[in-house]
Design a protein around this ligand. Structure first.
Ligand SMILES: Cc1cc2nc3c(=O)[nH]c(=O)nc-3n(C[C@H](O)[C@H](O)[C@H](O)COP(=O)(O)OP(=O)(O)OC[C@H]3O[C@@H](n4cnc5c(N)ncnc54)[C@H](O)[C@@H]3O)c2cc1C
Length: 483
């Protein structure tokens, strides 16, 4: 390997993907490959991706699948030589809890947005008013002046009315980011929606014409094959496998070590020094694959555009996974789960905690057993932290009670597991794209590349793509400085 040195800070899937790219990607290292050191704060690699043993299975504690319509995750799995791990989703559709009952979501929605008024015909829980709003969008669409950007909520509420916006669209689109669609930037989170609204006519017709959509900035979406994949050993297995193969390539991986400072040393033989409590690593270039707040703390003094990253707000969420005897539970006949609109009434004036329910073993065949099913409830949004103040026992009891209402019968679970993810989901508000562009320009002028779920979209494919892009940028920094 050459004497040049690159440090990657953070070993979530984006930092590991950056290191994969730096070490030669599909081809592997050669004599020009720099020395690569990845430093991770936690005891294990993976960040928001992890697995655990539960009810005689290995289950994911974070993401349980990833979009197949974006290429990045599938490509990485193939480059690792692990495509026999890919498992296609084995169920489709979902239900929506409306007015105290489950409605099957129609097929053909574009990330929750209806694409024709006819689709809503069989959704019993919608009012005549919502149906009229949909009909109006097709025949006399509301005009809307859209500037550079608008929130998703603004667009959907204006074009399709309040009920479709908050009861129908928000549970899916807000849920992906644990955010509120009234705050989320259409440009950053759902650019196809912004384009459709800009056309000025029917939003539903324009969404229908735009074809399959994936969340996040525009990318090559494909229409073929399964919509989602998981991995037979769990999605949370992937970071460990990347790390194992990186070590074989000679990459230095340090876990349980916090990066405490990044110091510029322009007059030294290396432009950067990366400090931990006990060590200093000299670096020609640095890849920052940490949450925005950490990146701002470590680099904010070098440029106001990098300090701005400290303003990115992140939502926390928790997932409560249950094993329930097959004979005790009654799930809807089809579908991967249930979406629950925010503000759904619960007892004593309170609202439900549950925002979504996933039928894990219906989605992924490798989790199926004869005697029990695995059901997961999701709780938490950017403005709903009630879960964080409850003990595991209280959370399990409360969510079980909610599931007993949402499902015809839920019985008494054999086992339950609470996984908390504080501050794990960055919110893309208006102006996000400009902030990211400015931060990237400032970082690049310092020989630093930024990646992670703050920049190029939330989700595994987006994070992998972001990491690989940062890896390429860091290699260009070397060529720029030395050749
Ligand atoms: C509850 C939940 C469910 C999700 N479900 C899905 C899903 O179904 N499908 C999907 O595609 N995506 C899903 N996602 C999103 C996906 O998991 C993330 O987009 C992705 O894992 C983010 O990876 P990352 O590397 O950018 O960030 P992270 O995983 O947050 O990694 C950042 C790393 O930086 C480390 N770090 C921080 N500070 C320092 C420091 N000072 N020194 C060294 N290291 C440091 C952290 O310890 C961490 O390991 C979900 C996310 C959550 C939270």
């Amino acid at each position: 390997m050459s004497r040049e040195s690159i440090v990657v800070v953070g070993a979530g899937i984006s930092g590991l993907s950056a290191a994969w790219e730096l070490s030669g990607g599909a081809e592997g290292p050669d004599e020009a490959t720099p020395r690569i050191e990845v430093i991770e704060d936690r005891a294990v690699v993976g960040g928001s991706l992890a697995t655990a043993a539960f009810a005689d299975r290995t289950i994911d504690l974070g993401a349980d699948g990833f979009l197949a319509r974006r290429p990045e995750a599938v490509e990485l799995v193939r480059e690792l030589g692990c495509e026999d791990q890919l498992e296609a989703i084995d169920a489709s559709g979902a239900s929506l809890w409306l007015r105290g009952a489950l409605d099957e979501l129609p097929t053909g929605l574009a990330l929750g947005i209806p694409t024709s008024s006819g689709q809503l015909k069989n959704v019993r829980g919608l009012s005549w008013r919502a149906r009229l709003d949909a009909y109006r969008d097709e025949h006399v669409p509301v005009r809307m002046n859209i500037g550079e950007d608008a929130t998703i909520g603004d667009i959907v509420r204006t074009k399709l009315g309040r009920e479709l916006c908050y009861q129908f669209v928000e549970p899916m689109l807000g849920g992906i980011q644990a955010g509120r669609i009234d705050d989320l930037s259409a440009k950053s989170v759902f650019p196809a929606l912004l384009e459709a609204a800009r056309e000025g006519g029917s939003l539903m017709r324009a969404m229908r014409a735009s074809g399959p959509v994936a969340p996040g900035p525009a990318t090559t979406a494909t229409n073929d094959g399964p919509t989602f994949f998981s991995l037979l050993s769990g999605v949370g297995w992937l970071p460990g496998e990347v790390a194992r193969q990186l070590r074989r390539r000679g990459v230095v991986l340090r876990t349980g070590v916090t990066v405490t400072a990044l110091r510029r040393t322009p007059s030294g033989s290396y432009p950067w020094e990366v400090d931990t409590q006990d060590t200093t690593t000299p670096a020609d270039a640095v890849v920052m694959a940490t949450p925005a707040i950490v990146t701002a703390q470590l680099l904010g003094t070098y440029d106001p555009a990098l300090a701005q990253l400290g303003n990115v707000r992140s939502a926390g969420a928790a997932m409560i996974t249950f094993s329930v005897a097959t004979s005790a539970v009654a799930l809807p006949a089809t579908g991967t789960g249930i979406l629950v609109p925010l503000g759904t009434p619960w007892s004593s004036g309170d609202t439900m905690l549950t925002t979504a329910v996933t039928f894990l073993d219906r989605k992924w065949p490798h989790l199926r057993r004869d005697d029990d099913v695995v059901v997961r409830a999701h709780v938490g949004r950017i403005d709903d932290h009630r879960w964080s103040e409850m003990s595991d026992e209280l959370l399990i009891a409360r969510v079980s009670a909610e599931l007993n209402v949402l499902l015809e019968s839920f019985g008494s679970p054999n086992d339950a597991l609470v996984q908390r993810w504080p501050d794990a989901l960055p919110q893309y508000y208006l102006g996000h794209e400009t902030m990211v562009t400015n931060a990237r320009v400032a970082a690049s002028s310092l020989g630093v590349a930024l990646c992670g779920n703050t920049y190029d979209g939330v989700g595994i494919p987006a994070s992998i793509g972001s990491g690989r892009r940062a890896g390429r940028e860091a290699l260009e920094t070397l060529h720029f400085s030395f050749h």
